[in-house]
Write a protein that binds this ligand. Structure first.
Ligand SMILES: Cc1ncc(COP(=O)(O)O)c(C=O)c1O
Length: 410
């Protein structure tokens, strides 16, 4: 079907929740995707950070093909191959930055998306607080503090957690039990804990905020959040949906910041494009959940687990920590040299270039990028965000900056 035919069908029969770009993508390999007319594009979006190993990586294709021929789905009533291995790998990666004698066992719940992973974390934090309070004969803490401008998903609870009034407004009433505090402002959070004494059960942060334009928590701030949580019996939840799984070079974003959370949510790149979400928690907290407390029909399906297993094995064995570090540093340096770029933020291959007032609008750069064979993304009128597949090489960065220099003009 041609682009025009597909567009008219989608316009007629899909809900208009996305302003799609005028292109129909039909195939891909590595950093490259191809449209229906055979035109190739270098992809710096990677399905919003999901296609971590690049398009149609042989390890993923092979794992999915083999699994599809063997068993596609049963249910969480049964044990299946590789699910324990994936959870064990995650546990190791989550503890990777800790000294040998401080390593933690993490237990995972398998979901399908980032929002679902966060739902699992929110419920776990509430249930944990309730069990702790019951044991002491006290009222449970129920409120979860998130950071202003955060993004945690589009379900009602994760939208309530997403501290962006513009996204929330039309969908009121949202579930209660959430409040917010500014990123990197420890004093404000300290005051909030003071005001809400005994009511806060968790603080949920993106260690590196993604959707609002790549704003990292500072190590001092996150260390302070950890201390406040410990002092007040609250849990620290890290939403690693965007910044996790080697996106920032390290296995998880929080590992740049010297703090270990209690609950970590994961999705996007963990199965290299196959829909998968996970919520991992320190074992003693995870054990709060008992049969019947939470579930998902498709979470941790045979296909999802096969894709996650292949992705994590390839990332670990392929030396991606060093690769992403090197290419990310190169990209950062090259982006900073471009005209109209006044700041580059982020870690590894999760970067944003902030444009000055005289630059073309970021949306226009994205549109012109399509003509110039680039898939680009913006998080606001002056911000270009780059989330390429983690197989991105320096030559891809060179091709990007050469074209961007033209698009941005002198
Ligand atoms: C930090 C973060 N959390 C949660 C989500 C929601 O993930 P999903 O779209 O898979 O539900 C996103 C999506 O962009 C995200 O960036």
């Amino acid at each position: 079907m041609t682009f025009d035919q597909q567009k008219s069908l989608e316009d007629a029969y899909l809900m208009h929740t996305y302003g799609r770009k005028p292109v129909q993508l039909v195939s891909g390999r590595g950093m490259v995707v191809v449209d229906d007319a055979g035109k190739e594009y270098l992809d710096f979006v990677s399905g919003v950070g999901a296609v971590s190993l690049g398009h149609c990586h042989p390890a993923i294709v092979e794992a999915l093909k083999k699994q599809a021929e063997t068993l596609i789905h049963v249910s969480n009533y049964y044990y299946i191959e590789k699910r324990g291995e994936v959870a064990q790998m995650l546990s190791g990666l989550l503890s990777a930055a800790l000294p040998e004698d401080e390593k933690i066992v993490w237990k995972t719940f398998f979901a399908n998306t980032g929002a679902e992973a966060n739902e699992c974390a929110i419920k776990l934090a509430r249930l944990h607080a309730r069990r702790v309070a019951e044991a002491k004969g006290e009222q449970p803490a129920r409120t979860i503090v998130t950071l202003k401008r955060s993004f945690h998903g589009r379900t009602l609870a994760t939208l309530a957690a997403t501290a962006q009034p513009v996204k929330q407004e039309a969908f009121q009433p949202l579930p209660g039990g959430f409040t917010s505090s500014p990123i990197n402002d420890l004093e404000a959070l300290t005051n909030l804990f003071e005001e809400m004494k005994g009511q806060i059960c968790a603080v949920m942060v993106e260690p590196i905020q993604g959707e609002c334009g790549v704003y990292p928590c500072s190590p001092e701030f996150l260390a302070g959040v950890r201390e406040l949580c410990d002092a007040n019996g609250a849990l620290l939840i890290a939403d690693e949906v965007q910044c996790g799984i080697f996106r920032t070079a390290k296995p998880f974003g929080f590992q740049h910041l010297g703090v270990t959370p209690d609950i970590v949510t994961i999705a996007k790149g963990v199965a290299s494009g196959f829909p998968t979400g996970m919520c991992a928690a320190r074992a003693e907290i995870a054990d709060t959940y008992q049969p019947g407390d939470h579930g998902s029909t498709f979470g941790g399906s045979c296909l999802a687990v096969a894709a996650a297993h292949a992705t994590l094995s390839t990332l670990v064995e392929g030396g991606f920590e060093a690769r992403v570090e090197e290419v990310g540093a190169y990209m950062r340096e090259k982006l900073a040299e471009l005209p109209h770029v006044k700041e580059v933020r982020g870690y590894g291959l999760m970067l944003a270039a902030e444009l000055d007032e005289t630059a073309p609008a970021a949306g226009d750069v994205v549109a012109a990028g399509l003509d110039a064979s680039l898939l680009l993304n913006t998080t606001g009128p002056t911000t270009l965000r780059f989330l390429p597949p983690l197989v991105c090489e320096k030559a891809d960065v060179d091709a990007l900056v050469e074209k961007l220099a033209v698009l941005l003009g002198a």
